[in-house]
Design a protein around this ligand. Structure first.
Ligand code: HEM
Length: 374
């Protein structure tokens, strides 16, 4: 197995290059096995008995759990994320989308990620969880420092950013402990579906996973999609034609497959295992690289081409196996709403050169676009 250091490299280029050299798994200098091939990625994430998710000493619900315990917490959170549970938030997301476009249309150049994407992601999340909008500036500042900490690879910086987020969560959870407010946050605080109330640490962990990482993912997804739309005005027209939500989602999924902004997740082997012909020992740290697997020509026919129908079957943007993203429905509802609003009112075009993100994040760090009124 070759050793390759992805630090500071565009995740998409890193994956494409290694796969073109025939490397489906590589070693990182940090001692992890990086899994790039599509087949090997599925072998990892669809075999949780061999590849455990218990990779962190911190409580991570449900991401860091395995087996029965994972299933119980997974069932608990899925109830908040069904299509039926989410439908009531559509009008609130539509209002946030209108407000977002009101703010950013007709400007010569706006950053699709740091301005438009972050603004929409944060306000849609505040609406879903019923948190006060006065938290927005702090959350937007947090998205930015989280990106910086991820890029630095410095565990101390990452711990500081995580602690900052926990403070925000504490502020919204504490008042609801004694006084239920009937919203999503309060329902979680008072959830009894495990036969008991959740502990404070469990609530903080669940809310951290619902919000922390995913705020930035949502902003990055918006960047990738607006870039794709700016490059393909014919797809902008297609989306304006009142197509089904299914086709709309397939188009968004295909933009994300081509340039997956949510790059990697970790596992650890529970026993000796053979992966893509390589022998791994017990306790080997492993990282799947979704961005690479999504563009693996061994499985995905013509991975560089834009073909929503042909590529849907092999799309790994939302993961696979028992930890597959339970937030996909929420994310898609939010993305459909903002992209629908933008296209109803404006033509999307690029306003200059963007700056790419680097591993372990993907997509665009910043992308100047113009929303020209139609
Ligand atoms: C915005 C774009 C998003 C992308 C691209 C994304 C992608 C993913 C992926 C690839 C996984 C699999 C992780 C693994 O196998 O270890 C995952 C898991 C997860 N996602 Fe998302 N996600 C997004 C948004 C969200 C949102 C909005 C939520 C909020 C509710 C969410 C909640 C979760 C949770 C709780 C897990 C862990 C599931 C488990 O361990 O069973 N995600 N996500």
């Amino acid at each position: 197995m070759k050793t390759v250091d992805p630090t500071g490299i565009d995740a998409r280029e890193f994956g494409d290059h290694a796969l073109a050299e025939g490397e489906t798994v590589v070693h990182s200098p940090q001692g992890e096995v990086l899994v790039l091939g599509h087949r090997a990625t599925r072998d990892v994430v669809e075999n949780p008995e061999q590849f455990s998710s218990a990779v962190s000493s911190h409580l991570q619900i449900p991401n860091g759990l395995d087996g029965e315990e994972h299933s119980r917490f997974r069932a608990l959170i899925e109830r908040y994320l069904t299509d039926e549970a989410l439908a009531e938030f559509q009008p609130a997301f539509a209002a946030v989308a209108r407000e977002t476009v009101d703010q950013f249309e007709e400007q010569d150049s706006i950053d699709a990620v740091g301005e438009l994407g972050a603004y929409y992601a944060v306000h849609a999340m505040l609406a879903w969880l019923n948190w006060p909008t006065t938290l927005a500036p702090r959350l937007i500042a947090w998205v930015i420092s989280n990106g910086t900490a991820n890029r630095s690879g410095d565990p101390q910086q990452a711990a500081g950013v995580a602690a900052e987020f926990d403070d925000i969560i504490r502020e919204v959870v504490e008042p609801r402990l004694e006084n239920p407010t009937g919203d999503v946050t309060s329902n979680l605080v008072h959830d009894q579906s495990l036969g008991r109330r959740l502990t404070f640490d469990e609530i903080v962990s669940i809310l951290r996973n619902w919000t922390g990482g995913d705020l930035s993912s949502m902003a990055y997804c918006i960047g990738v999609i607006l870039h794709g739309l700016a490059q393909q005005p014919a797809i902008q027209d297609r989306l304006r034609q009142g197509i089904s939500a299914r086709e709309f989602d397939a188009i968004l999924d295909e933009f994300l497959r081509l340039d997956s902004p949510f790059v990697t997740n970790r596992r650890i082997t529970t026993c000796p295992v053979t992966l893509a012909g390589n022998q791994l020992e017990t306790g080997q740290r492993v990282r799947v690289v979704w961005t690479a697997a999504n563009r693996d020509s061994a499985i995905v026919d013509k991975p560089e081409s834009f073909d929503p129908e042909a590529h849907a079957e092999h799309n790994l943007v939302w993961g696979s196996g028992p930890h597959v993203c339970p937030g996909r429905g929420l994310s898609m509802l939010e993305l459909r709403t903002i992209i629908g609003e933008i296209l109803a009112r404006a033509e999307v075009s690029l306003a200059g050169e963007g700056t790419r993100e680097v591993y372990p994040t993907g997509g665009w760090r910043s992308l100047p676009v113009t929303l020209q009124k139609r």
